[in-house]
Design a protein. Sequence first.
Length: 93
Amino acid sequence: MRGDVSDKRGLLHRLRRAEGQVRGIQRMVDEDADCVDVLTQISSVVSALEVVAVGLIGQHLKECVAEAVASGVDTMDAKVREMSNVVARLVKS
């Protein structure tokens, strides 16, 4: 599953696609492409990065937080705070 963001390979695939889209946007700007077309491509890149972010959050919750729960309340609380802060920053952007 190349597009699946539940594993590292899927995340890297999505990131490479977004990287290619950014290069395309640079080319479009350089060639004075229509602003609406450029903004449409920017929206597409932002969406792709959001998919990667959600995939990473899912992996983190599944792996790191699960380990923290097994390690004890203090570790679990720290991991939950850490994730809450990361999600808050992501939502603000």
